[in-house]
Design a protein around this ligand. Structure first.
Ligand code: FES
Length: 498
């Protein structure tokens, strides 16, 4: 029997199998799911060919086209391994969130690209403006990550003289993504809408970031930025390229787009939008007034400050539950646990509270230095504290914003949870930790609201963002007189209603 080898990215595992084996049999064992049962209609089993060749028959080719997948992709359910391969498994990149939400739009001619430029991940979608149909999606990790995973390290790198490099590398990456979107399609792009946080906007535009780096962290340069393709070094012909305006120093156009996606600025009833990304941003309000702020909640949920923390990718514990034997958990990719991501962290703390392993102040009641979740993954007393700091930042931010508007939590009818990680959290467990205090049935998980909003912006003029900006005020939570008192109060694990 002849064998071939497949290397799976980003799992980093190499497997040997008989030449001609179907990928559905092999990948199934590595946690890859086949939602449509291998009919080639859902596209969820997609794999990117990094090396080697997988023959693509006419039917397979047609399915790829129907799903809007570019030529380097294959559907694992329709593929066989005839030679050595290196594959990137789409499902292992679950943390990069694309979107297929339906929204109302006014049809126009041409094609547009919506880009969500995140600190960690990048998503670009090619949209047919006559139908609002997404024709193709490209995702990538932000190449600026080599300078650090959070905004502060990017700002430090820029201040240390790498600003131009940061600008050029992100322009180049987005340009390459757009080029891939249109390769093999006889389309030209009429409009590109980019959204991202304020630091990402400044770095993309090549704006001066000094004022964002020092107190009071404000920039005079938050307005929309318009470009042409040649000044960005893009080899795509495009008439209109716009990076949408930021709202405040750390609340960018990703949140502006999120507000648009929720429609909260059109309703009389009060809504809350919480984006649990690298920064935790909160918006509260209605059609009369919106108020927003950012909190330093993100790093813990993205694993940066947790001993065994990691991003929501292969090997991360993504959920933890009580079981007859004590604690059970699920791991992304169905492999041995290598660490824990944000959703797993919230579950773990909630389970520890249910099992009465933690005290009111987050102390480990047994006196042990850590609590084990698996043989290799545990949370230390310091990790629990980091979680408390993050959840208290959200809870205090919410309380201050609601109070500023004079709104009682009971008056809030919708709570939108945005962000890749927000999509995976167990809301009941999150409520138990005291991070938020609203009835469960008022929550709505929104997914990548920045991308939804960016797509909606493809169909509007600048009057829509201008109107949202005119309704929205930004506050700096740390400057609020009683922020520290409320923040300290929210560190405890006793829910406010008890
Ligand atoms: S399992 Fe649905 S396309 Fe392959």
């Amino acid at each position: 029997m002849q064998t071939v080898q497949i290397r799976l990215h980003p799992l980093g595992k190499t497997i040997s199998l008989a030449r001609g084996s179907s990928l559905i049999d092999v990948l199934h064992e590595f946690g890859v799911e086949f939602p449509c049962g291998g009919k080639g209609t859902c596209g969820k089993c997609k794999v990117k060919l990094l090396q080697g060749e997988i023959h693509c028959n006419p039917e397979h080719k047609r399915k790829l086209e129907d799903l809007g997948l570019s030529p380097e992709w294959r559907l694992a359910c329709m593929s066989r391994a005839e030679s050595d391969l290196v594959l990137e498994v789409g499902q292992y990149e679950a943390m990069i969130q694309a979107d297929d939400t339906i929204f109302s739009f006014e049809a126009r001619q041409g094609y547009g690209v919506a880009v969500d430029l995140g600190t960690t991940t990048l998503v670009a979608q090619l949209v047919d403006l006559s139908t609002a149909k997404v024709l193709a999606v490209e995702t990538a990790l932000n190449p600026q990550r080599k300078w650090g995973s959070d905004l502060v390290s990017r700002l430090e790198a820029a201040l240390a003289g790498h600003e131009m490099e940061l600008t050029l590398m992100i322009r180049e990456e987005i340009g390459a993504m757009i080029q891939k979107l249109i390769t093999d399609r006889m389309v030209s792009v009429d409009r590109v809408v980019l959204v991202g946080n304020t630091v990402m906007q400044h770095l993309f535009a090549g704006s001066d970031i000094k004022t964002l780096s020092f107190f009071p962290f404000e920039s005079p340069d938050l307005a929309a930025k318009h470009f042409n393709a040649s000044e960005l070094g893009w080899r795509v012909d495009c008439k209109q390229i716009t990076f949408f305006p930021s709202i405040g120093s750390f609340v960018g156009s990703d949140i502006l787009a999120g507000i648009h996606a929720t429609g909260m600025m059109q309703r009389k009833e009060y809504s809350v939008l919480v984006d649990l990304g690298t920064n935790g941003e909160i918006v509260v309000g209605n059609s009369d007034r919106l108020i927003c702020a950012s909190t330093a909640a993100g790093p813990a949920f993205e694993g940066a400050t947790i001993t065994c923390g990691m991003l929501a990718t292969t090997g991360a514990i993504s959920s933890v539950a009580l079981s007859a034997g004590g604690i059970s958990c699920s791991v992304i990719g169905n492999v041995p646990a290598a660490g824990i991501c944000g959703s797993g962290l919230i579950d773990a703390v909630s389970v520890f509270l249910k099992k009465e392993l933690l005290g009111e102040f987050g102390e480990i009641l047994s006196g042990d230095p850590a609590i084990d979740i698996t043989e290799k993954v545990s949370l230390t007393a310091k990790d629990i504290q980091e979680f408390q700091l993050a959840k208290a930042a959200i809870a205090a931010g919410l309380e201050i914003l609601l109070r500023k508007l004079g709104v009682h939590p009971a008056e809030v009818t919708s709570i939108f949870i945005a962000g890749a990680f927000g999509n995976y959290i167990n809301l009941e467990n999150m409520l138990q930790t005291g991070m938020m205090d609203f009835p469960l049935d008022r929550f709505r998980k929104l997914g990548n609201s920045a991308l939804i909003g960016a797509k909606m912006f493809l169909f509007s003029g600048m009057d829509v963002p201008d109107e949202i900006l005119s309704l929205t005020s930004h506050i700096n939570l740390e400057s609020e007189e009683d922020f520290q008192d409320i923040y300290v109060e929210k560190l405890s694990f006793i829910p406010p209603s008890n």
